[in-house]
Design a protein around this ligand. Structure first.
Ligand SMILES: Cc1cc2nc3c(=O)[nH]c(=O)nc-3n(C[C@H](O)[C@H](O)[C@H](O)COP(=O)(O)OP(=O)(O)OC[C@H]3O[C@@H](n4cnc5c(N)ncnc54)[C@H](O)[C@@H]3O)c2cc1C
Ligand SMILES: *[C@@H]1O[C@H](CO)[C@@H](O)[C@H](O)[C@H]1NC(C)=O
Ligand SMILES: *[C@@H]1O[C@H](CO)[C@@H](O)[C@H](O)[C@H]1NC(C)=O
Ligand SMILES: *[C@@H]1O[C@H](CO)[C@@H](O)[C@H](O)[C@H]1NC(C)=O
Length: 537
């Protein structure tokens, strides 16, 4: 038997014995451990929520961004801890290990498979909502930001100090810093400055022994691993030191829609050739979705071409005219706005003051309450016939709230070596695809129907996308790809199936880093990096 298996079985037995034999509940025992092991004057009891606490469900759901998991049969945490101090986190790790409980770490709660708040084994939820300070040093162009902050908070605090500094973070302002940076993270500036993780210069991590480590004390292998190797494998990252980047005070943006009748397929076909070659300062994506036709009210598929440019429209319009005349972009299509305004505009929260960025409960209309996603990388342009097949599938009923995005690569992504961070999808990729299917929360009972649709699309696309491995983006977590549904038997063989898709050969170095920092595999979930000894297991 593998040691990890024994310890988790013992943990379960221990919990069971407590339930049966002691007059005090297992919660009391766990709470006692917490107060004994934490600094007494820090009163950890104030931040622990057991299921019978009236705030438990509210806190649990508040950052459960995907309502696919708002069902009665979704497993719930044994307790929720919302630490205020690092000593609270240290005590939680210590007591969870002693009581055979796993930990789930939650920053912004956007994990597409809910791995930050759902586990099928008994677990403690560590919610970093109170670890969200942002400290911007504009003069030195750096910021320290805690994991529980959202991008909106970081962007807002940067804008307070400077109109020409930015950070290459996510497009959606409610995404958490902790999960995003753990998986790489792209946004409007990634063709110019790389991923969020490419711009992290230091971090503070609490490891399984409760030690607080910085870049120097954790060592370069672990520091490398936490910048893209996926959250929940190496420890709890408390905060990140970020390098800020320059943006002009105004940029230019366009978003134009084209239907099949307006040549959408030819245009997408051409986009595959021109977009990856565009100057680094241009972010350029396409989304496919269904909208009501203004003509007959019937649903029709529309492709939207969306660009944000670090420069004025006087530069953007001639650029588009020269390289992509078929799209017919004119001055009238372009709006000039700052980088931060473009976040609000593209987040579909238009005409709101900057303060909207601080609203973490804002549900953007971009995502429906319940959803499932998958991702792909494209290395050769897809034929027009291939693209046309997407239209056929969009006419199916389950596609009503489907969206497919194409994100153009190229730019500096082609210049950063594949091994510089765990995120390997660099030179050779024309673009990334994200498939998204959504449904109303009350339709959760029929979620299989929608998930089947996205799986069918994914099967259909297999001929057109990267192969051996079929690459995928870790931050679009997808448990369909070679997974371990229990989370307690992370077999190396299975892990290397999804591991190579997310990380290619960087997977091996991630396993080494994991072995150094968490050899007994305490920090684990369905797609966490296994330590090396598992290889023989
Ligand atoms: C609406 C929406 C928009 C998005 N837009 C973008 C985008 O523009 N660009 C992009 O790259 N991605 C985007 N994503 C994907 C997003 O980057 C990932 O879902 C990311 O993991 C979310 O981070 P989080 O902190 O919100 O999530 P969480 O669910 O809190 O965490 C995600 C994972 O990281 C782990 N984790 C969280 N915090 C820590 C920590 N402090 N230490 C260690 N592990 C931790 C969790 O346990 C979990 O496994 C988007 C997702 C959604 C739902
Ligand atoms: C205990 O917590 C208090 C209050 O947060 C703090 O001032 C003190 O330094 C802590 N002591 C130790 C030993 O961590
Ligand atoms: C819920 O938990 C919080 C934090 O521990 C505590 O302050 C509060 O009194 C509890 N409420 C109830 C109703 O038990
Ligand atoms: C994993 O854990 C689950 C839930 O505790 C248990 O039912 C299952 O038997 C375990 N599987 C293995 C192989 O350990």
């Amino acid at each position: 038997m593998e040691p990890q298996y024994i310890s988790s079985v013992l943990g379960l037995l221990f919990a069971a014995v407590l339930t049966l034999s002691s007059a005090t509940s297992p919660h009391d025992n766990f709470l006692r451990c917490l107060s004994l092991s934490s600094n007494l004057s820090s009163s950890i009891a104030r931040v622990v929520y057991t299921p019978d606490n009236s705030s438990y469900s509210i806190i649990l759901r508040s950052r459960m961004r995907n309502r696919r998991f708002w069902t009665a049969d979704t497993p719930k945490p044994f307790v929720i801890v919302t630490p205020l101090l690092t000593s609270h986190i240290q005590a939680t790790i210590h007591c969870s290990r002693n009581h055979g409980l796993q930990i789930r770490i939650r920053s912004g709660g956007h994990d597409y498979e809910g791995l930050s708040f759902v586990s099928h084994v008994p677990f403690v939820l560590v919610d970093l909502i109170n670890f969200r300070s942002v400290d911007v040093d504009a003069e030195n162009r750096v910021a320290w930001v805690q994991s529980g902050a959202i991008f909106g908070e970081l962007y807002y605090k940067i804008a307070e100090k400077s109109k020409t500094l930015a950070f290459p973070g996510g497009i959606c302002h409610t995404v958490g810093i902790g999960g995003y940076l753990s998986g790489g993270g792209y946004g409007l500036l990634f063709r110019k400055y790389g991923l969020g993780a490419d711009n992290v210069i230091d971090a503070r991590l609490i490891d399984v022994y409760g030690r607080i480590l910085d870049r120097q004390s954790m060592g370069e292998d672990v520091f490398w691993a936490i910048r893209g190797g996926g959250g929940g494998s190496f420890g709890i990252v408390l905060s990140w030191k970020l390098k800020l980047v320059s943006v002009p005070p105004t940029g230019a943006l366009f978003a134009v829609g084209r239907t099949l009748e307006q040549n959408a397929i030819n245009l997408i076909h051409k986009w595959q050739y021109v977009a990856p070659q565009m100057p680094h300062g241009l972010y350029f994506d396409i989304s496919l979705s269904r909208v009501k036709s203004t003509r007959d009210g019937k649903k029709t598929v529309i492709s939207s071409f969306i660009a944000f440019f670090l420069g004025g429209s006087d530069e953007l319009v001639p650029l588009m005219h020269e390289r992509f005349p078929e799209l017919g972009i004119t001055n009238k299509d372009c709006i000039e706005m700052s980088w931060i305004e473009s976040i609000i505009y593209l987040g579909k929260i238009r005409n709101q003051p900057l303060e909207v960025l601080l609203d973490r409960d804002f549900q953007t209309p971009l995502t429906l309450p319940s959803y499932k996603s998958k991702s792909d990388y494209v290395k050769e342009p897809i034929t027009e016939i291939g693209l046309k097949g997407l239209w056929t599938r969009f006419s199916e009923n389950e596609a009503e709230f489907g969206v497919i995005y194409f994100f153009s690569y190229g730019g500096i992504m082609d210049e950063i070596p594949e091994s510089s961070t765990p995120f390997p999808h660099r030179a050779g990729n024309l673009y990334k695809i994200i498939y998204n299917v959504g449904w109303q929360q009350q339709d959760n009972i029929n979620s299989d129907k929608y998930i089947d649709w996205i799986r069918r699309i994914y099967d259909y696309m297999s001929t057109y996308v990267s192969k051996s491995p079929r690459e995928a983006y870790i931050n679009y977590r997808d448990l369909d790809i070679g997974t371990n549904s229990e989370g307690n038997t992370t077999s190396y063989a299975r892990a290397s199936v999804w591991g190579r898709k997310y990380f290619k050969n960087n997977f091996d170095r991630l396993v080494l880093a994991k072995t150094m920092i968490d050899p007994e595999n305490f920090f684990r979930h369905e797609q966490s990096i296994p330590p090396l000894w598992k290889k023989q297991g």
